[in-house]
Ligand binder design. Structure first.
Ligand SMILES: NC(=O)c1ccc[n+]([C@@H]2O[C@H](COP(=O)([O-])OP(=O)(O)OC[C@H]3O[C@@H](n4cnc5c(N)ncnc54)[C@H](O)[C@@H]3O)[C@@H](O)[C@H]2O)c1
Length: 675
């Protein structure tokens, strides 16, 4: 078989013409080199892997170019295949397609790659240092072509960014099924993943990057707002209807997700200081109005914070510098911090996610490219100091919580055994709680509250306004404290100017809330009150993610090491007809540490979609509630009991009996004594 025959055998393919090398717009953030560590034979395979996307006529030109990319960036991105200029999520009608879903997914992909949204748009990284839409621009071009021709009788299969092909299917099936970095157990570790990704066979989809459902930092603001408010209530004595007035929150990171922190603390009426080493990220957040003040000295930052706290006013301050230096100042000057966290990208701690103290952001890039071992040593040194400072502050009354970025695991790996509960390994967890363990898990996920979101595909502001109003009308603010927070959130959403990129909204809701809002929106599409809507959620949710250090940190029956829930959630969503389903390894905590999945559902106004909503939206949440209930989580048991009553004859959840604690203790003691 020769290449001419292969070329003739495909209708969907990249053409014979060599695209011009696009101009790199100055000022757009670029990913650091990921390092080049392949063996000679792996390098040859990597090169062949990239060239299999392009016709033979271009091989001689592209082989040396791709080889250069691999050596200098540690990856082949095929920059030449990136479309020139700005990519952004446009109005759905401006896309080509044979079905509404094909056009809708193009909006979502382009939004994930928007200069204003993506962390490293040229390297297809949406957020979280390494979370990519797909691996390279060759895949992007092909995916686009497939989405343009796909009909409702076909399903597109995307494996780690690679569009495997379009396969005959049916309207009730998902239009796209995505998997990312699902590695076989024995190879499910960082080192093997790095080789696989450099060879062009694994994509780190993180969560909504590879699931094409990222909606900019707004997506995370609501969760951060809920977390901070709930932490205030649980740990600082803030009353149920109160807020964070007069309280100080300190953290780090103004990146993709972490950039939500200043906005969230301001909405909660508190005072926040967020350290960030990359000036360009501070600039972006400041220009977007997501952070209100920039300080280059810790003294100035804390003094402004004090003034605002005294006046019971809210403000968010970006500290341009290392979080370790900021905390050192607080410790040395006996400054009281109420809430403390960290949102550096510790899930990719040695790949540039964490900038060591004493190393500037520019030096970080240089060291990553040329002195990786030294960088590793510097990261460990900095993490050890970082831990000591947190410990000091915690001893003085600060409530520190891990923000699901693998910070505590990174500290442990840096040699600090005392951060683990048993002082030996991570099996019993860490001495500080993770935000899910203490706050989000019991108070939100166990009830089914999670990051439901939607995108108005028309791109019209008025559609977003109408959907906000419609969603608000579905919430009873007097049912629970969480409902009141969610009601206030959506009531003030327009005022808080949360949109970056497509006209999107995030709104934490439980199973019934999500289902009712979705049905209402679909009816509005049917009545032509609004254009089509894309529904989805963050993978960081009730059922979508199994991650023992994060989403499932409050599962205590030993099943937190299992990934059954996330896989069942994905499969169940596919079976019930979600438009897009995605399942990934890694997520926000790193390869081998989580399995996470998400969905997309295009509301076209049809009655068929009403039926999908009724079964799939409910399953997408209740599958996780049922599992959490089986793990004996009290709030989930309450919701499951209601479900069994309300859905009698239609659905049913197996619930756990709870034995007397004394019976268990006595039985185990007696048996072990005899042994
Ligand atoms: N926000 C959330 O709700 C949430 C939830 C779960 C997990 N996370 C985790 O939070 C982490 C951050 O996510 P992201 O999308 O913002 O990543 P990101 O890489 O876009 O941003 C992290 C930021 O931290 C900065 N930084 C690194 N080291 C620093 C240091 N020592 N001092 C000050 N700044 C430093 C980086 O310059 C970068 O801008 C990830 O590990 C993610 O998984 C966030």
């Amino acid at each position: 078989m020769n290449n001419q025959e292969i070329y003739n055998a495909m209708q969907i393919k990249l053409g014979l013409e060599l695209p011009p090398m696009p101009e790199f717009v100055p000022g757009i953030r670029r990913a650091p080199s990921r390092g080049f560590n392949l063996t000679r034979s792996q390098t040859e395979t990597a090169l062949k892997n990239a060239l299999r996307y392009v016709p033979e006529e271009l091989h001689a030109t592209l082989a040396p170019e791709f080889m250069r990319e691999l050596l200098t960036h540690g990856r082949i991105y095929a920059y030449r295949y990136r479309p020139e200029g700005r990519i952004y999520g446009r109005d759905i009608d401006s896309y080509q397609g044979n079905c509404i879903e094909g056009k809708a997914f193009q909006v979502m992909i382009d939004n994930n790659l928007d200069f204003e949204i993506a962390l490293y748009p040229y390297e297809l990284v949406t957020y979280g240092e390494t979370g990519q839409v797909c691996q390279n621009w060759l895949q992007y071009q092909l995916i686009k072509q497939y989405l343009e021709i796909m009909t409702q009788e076909q399903t597109l299969v995307v494996e780690s960014g690679h569009p495997l092909g379009l396969f005959p299917s049916k309207p009730e099936a998902p239009r796209v099924i995505i998997t990312n970095a699902l590695m076989v157990g024995m190879f499910d570790n960082q080192l093997d993943w790095e080789v696989a990704t450099a060879m062009g066979v694994a994509n780190y989809g993180q969560m909504t990057a590879g699931g094409w459902m990222y909606i900019g930092p707004q997506g995370i603001v609501h969760g951060t707002f809920n977390t901070l408010l709930t932490a205030g209530r649980l740990k600082l004595g803030v009353p149920a209807d109160g807020d964070l007035r007069g309280k100080l929150f300190v953290s780090s990171g103004l990146g993709g997700m972490s950039g939500a922190q200043p906005k969230a603390v301001e909405i909660a009426n508190g005072v926040g200081i967020i350290a960030e080493v990359d000036e360009s990220r501070i600039r972006s957040r400041f220009d977007q109005g997501w952070v209100s003040k920039i300080c280059t000295s810790a003294a100035e930052a804390f003094s402004i914070a004090r003034e605002y706290m005294n006046n019971q006013q809210s403000i968010s301050i970006a500290f341009y510098g290392n979080i370790v230096d900021l905390l050192q100042y607080a410790v040395d000057n006996n400054i009281h911090v109420d809430l403390l966290s960290d949102q550096t990208s510790c899930h990719a701690v040695y790949n540039g996610g964490y900038c060591p103290q004493g190393v500037s952001f520019a030096q970080r890039g240089e060291m990553l490219a040329h002195e990786r071992e030294r960088f590793h040593v510097e990261v460990d040194r900095s993490l050890r100091i970082h831990f000591q400072l947190i410990k000091n502050l915690a001893e003085r009354g600060t409530y520190f919580f891990d923000y699901g970025n693998s910070f505590m695991k990174a500290v442990f790996d840096a040699g600090v055994k005392e951060i683990s509960r048993n002082g030996i390994d991570e099996k019993d967890g860490f001495i500080f709680p993770s935000y899910v363990e203490d706050i989000m898990g019991p108070e939100l996920f166990d009830y089914g509250y999670g990051p439901f979101r939607w995108v108005c595909l028309s791109g019209r502001e008025e559609d977003l306004l109408k959907t906000d109003q419609a969603a608000m009308s579905c919430i009873d603010p007097n049912r629970r404290g969480q409902d009141r927070d969610n009601y206030n959130w959506i009531r003030d959403a327009q005022k808080n100017k949360l949109v970056v990129g497509t006209k999107a909204r995030i709104l934490y809701q439980d199973a019934e809330g999500r289902k009712n809002i979705a049905l209402k929106f679909n009816a509005m599409v049917r009545n032509k009150e609004i254009g089509p809507v894309m529904l989805g959620r963050d993978h960081h949710d009730v059922s979508g993610t199994d991650s023992p250090f994060r989403e499932t940190a409050n599962i205590k029956d030993g099943s937190n090491v299992m990934a059954d829930m996330a896989v069942q959630c994905f499969a169940g969503n596919a079976a019930r007809g979600m438009s897009l389903v995605a399942l990934h390894n890694g997520g926000g905590v790193g390869i081998g540490k989580a399995i996470n999945g998400g969905f997309g559902l295009v509301l076209d106004g049809s009655e068929r979609i009403d039926e999908v909503i009724k079964s799939a939206m409910l399953w997408d949440v209740m599958g996780g509630v049922a599992r959490r209930s089986w793990a004996r989580n009290h709030n989930s048991m309450v919701v499951s009991m209601d479900f069994n009553k309300n859905y009698a004859g239609v659905g049913h959840i197996t619930m756990p009996f709870i034995p007397e604690e004394n019976l268990i203790k006595a039985t185990v003691s007696q048996a072990l004594e005899k042994k």
